[in-house]
Design a protein around this ligand. Sequence first.
Ligand SMILES: [Zn+2]
Length: 257
Amino acid sequence: MPLDIVQIPVLNDNYVYLAHDPATGATGVVDPAVHEPVLAELRKRGWTLTHILNTHHHPDHVGGNLALKEATGCQIVGPQADADRIPGIDVALKDGETWRLGKEEARIFDVPGHTKGHIAFWFANSNALFCGDTLFSLGCGRLFEGTPSQMWASLSKLGALPDDTRVYCAHEYTESNARFAVTVEPDNAVLTARYAAIRAARAKGEPTVPSLLGEEKATNPFLRPMSANLRATLGLADADDVAVFAETRRRKDSFRG
Ligand SMILES: [Zn+2]
């Protein structure tokens, strides 16, 4: 039975997610930046928190860990490669492992680049990918602790998942990401149409997350270093994919649009 997934907007632009296995009642919270809105949503739904799923160590992803653990006695799972920076961690996960929330199975991917240790949780039966700050809707995380080649390898792993995978990223950055994307791939008609739909959704205050991985593959420049239009814009027609990805990331870092 697929997970029930609830999106909780917190802080300026973070998304925290509840994931509830209806078969067993097991309930996880993904990257709880804060604890109070999570406890309020749990109360409203009558769900009991059993797990915290952390993708990486940044405070806007683990800030609610200890208060939630104290309030509920839940177990905390997170990246083995950064276990010493995940408050209260009980279970350290690494690439290729399987982990279960109730009866729902997640495959774990190591996706370093944004931080040294960063994992993603793929619940295949629910078509759900929790990818933290690695892959965003029309963007990717900044390279704070990793290299372009690490991040490209990480994004390539996620890009290999099925097109109907819903991408539950941790921030509502889509509109500003889209403003940049159309400057580097101006001839991508699918991207242009998506940008218009995103502006319309945001004007009404609607979330643009989750997106579908298939639409990310068609429009997200950070998954498209093979695009001839992107390469032409960057002046890198014959470069390798890592060099194209690195230049795209570098331009986004200084983009003011
Ligand atoms: Zn982060």
